[in-house]
Design a protein around this ligand. Structure first.
Ligand SMILES: [Zn+2]
Length: 483
């Protein structure tokens, strides 16, 4: 199946045709590590982790890099404010970022290069750009000369004058053109620095991504990703300096994910409305956040609110109750099922896999793919009822079919990085009170049945049914589910 991907560069969906057959290289711009990660920082990693999972499932050998910007004005200011060093601050905030990714099961990233580990590559690239007439040294700084690149502005499809008008351009008498950007910044007193042919200093932000992408993935890569807010100037500048340096296309496809919004505002530190991931995870499961981030198309903005999170969690609880049901019927954990085998299911169920793949192959439409998972869940629950698997002594053939058909759910949810680990049963309940109360009523009903008070047992069952709670009787135990 052809995978179609929307590229910002061409402003249309392109067929995914790798630079090297069978392989995909993917570079995604990572965080500047000066403050703990907020929810908006997780959007790109979760989306591109899911894209990698899908590409791997589609048979590609994928190399995925996210960089860490560990030297920058923001780090210098924040470390001075906190009375610590830039490396100590960077190490602390990077560790927080890694913990957040781990909680969200973003585990497909092959490499997290740090800018400060790549100073020689950055210096070599800057020297090369000067030699080719695309950059110039000026009073301890080095700037890229945007006037030297006739293609400048092609990513954002605007001419350089328009770009400058819409962006914060640093005014400096050291520049030839206002739009020229720093490749190297001379160190001010007390700032961290590295020696260079132009004096002590540090790299600009844009050049580090070009240098690290080329070092780890080669001169031309398949996918360059990042948030929509990085299109200009960061990605425009990365593209200009990389292609000026090599004379080759830097990235075939440019993917930009939508940003997180609360109300009608972007979530950001500068807006002061950011939700720190560590705090959110004290209240919500990481899986709920991951699912929220995948619930719309990746190019759309993501609406964040407490209500949205609770709505997503209620949707996920339906799956968790199904996993309990599966375990009661089959006697095995859903989480132990193999992945990568949806085609083994009966054709009716395998068709859900085909639909899911079609949505993902159409510009990674995770929102529609999630919809297929919910439809599949309904179909599996119906299968249990029609095959009477909840009744005593179900047919062994039907149980075996049920297990095989559940492979579809296991496979597809794994592509989205959902249901990676069991969660404890008592956190599955709708809220802290409802679960134990239902369990207690079921206990009373079981006592009533033992005492042959069938009228009472029936009354409890009917009342729960009115409340949309279904009791599932199994030999030796009873479970329940909503709906
Ligand atoms: Zn970057």
């Amino acid at each position: 199946m052809t995978i179609r991907v929307y590229s910002t560069l061409t402003r249309r969906k392109e067929d995914l045709v790798p630079v090297v057959a069978g392989k995909i290289s993917m570079y995604v711009c990572g965080p500047t590590v000066y403050k703990p990660s907020h929810v908006g920082h997780m959007v790109g990693p979760v989306i591109f982790d899911t894209i990698k999972r899908f590409l791997v499932r589609s048979g590609y050998d994928v190399k995925f890099v996210i960089n860490i910007t560990d030297i920058d004005d923001k780090l210098i200011v924040e470390s001075a404010r906190r009375g610590t060093s830039v490396p100590a601050l960077a190490a602390e905030v990077t560790a927080d970022y890694m913990t957040c990714l781990d909680c969200l099961d973003v585990n497909s990233v092959d490499s997290f290069p740090r800018a400060t580990d790549h100073i020689p590559e950055i210096l070599a690239m800057i020297s090369g750009l000067i030699d080719k007439g695309h950059a110039y040294a000026s009073d301890g700084d080095v700037y890229f000369d945007v006037g030297s690149d006739p293609d400048y502005g092609k990513l954002c499809n605007r001419d350089p004058d328009q770009l400058e008008a819409g962006a914060r351009i640093e005014i400096s008498s050291r520049k030839r053109n206002p739009g020229d950007f720093a490749l190297w910044k001379g160190a001010k007193p007390s700032e961290p620095f590295w020696p260079s042919p132009w004096g002590n200093g540090r790299p600009g932000w844009h050049i580090e991504c070009s240098a690290m992408s080329m070092k780890l993935l080669g001169e031309s890569i398949d996918i360059h990703g990042g948030g929509l807010d990085l299109q200009f100037p960061h990605h425009e500048n990365e593209l200009a300096q990389s292609e000026s340096f090599t004379g080759k296309p830097f990235a075939k496809l440019w993917l930009h994910n939508g940003l997180m919004k609360t109300g009608d505002r972007k979530m950001s530190k500068s807006e002061g409305n950011e939700i720190v991931v560590g705090l959110l995870l004290k209240k919500h499961r990481a899986e709920t956040l991951r699912c929220l981030l995948l619930s719309s198309h990746y190019r759309s903005p993501i609406e964040y609110s407490e209500d949205r999170l609770l709505e997503v969690q209620r949707g996920l609880d339906g799956f968790h109750r199904f996993f309990q049901r599966f375990e009661r019927i089959v006697g095995e954990s859903f989480y132990g099922l193999p992945t990568g085998q949806f085609e083994l299911a009966d054709s009716h169920f395998a068709a859900y896999g085909t639909r899911f793949v079609e949505h993902m192959a159409d510009d990674f439409n995770t929102g529609a793919a999630l919809g297929v998972l919910h439809d599949l869940l309904g179909a599996l629950n119906r299968f249990v009822e029609v095959s009477r698997l909840d009744h005593p002594a179900p047919s062994a053939v039907a149980v075996s079919d049920f297990k095989r058909n559940t492979l579809v759910l296991r496979d597809l949810s794994n592509i989205l990085g959902l249901f990676q680990r069991p969660i404890s049963v008592d956190t599955v309940s709708q809220d802290d009170l409802a679960g134990p109360l239902v369990e207690f009523l079921i206990e009373l009903r079981n006592d009533a049945r033992k005492n042959k008070d069938f009228a009472m047992a029936d009354r409890i069952r009917k009342k729960l049914a009115d409340l949309n709670v279904t009791i599932e009787d199994r030999p030796g135990s009873s479970g329940w589910r909503r709906g």
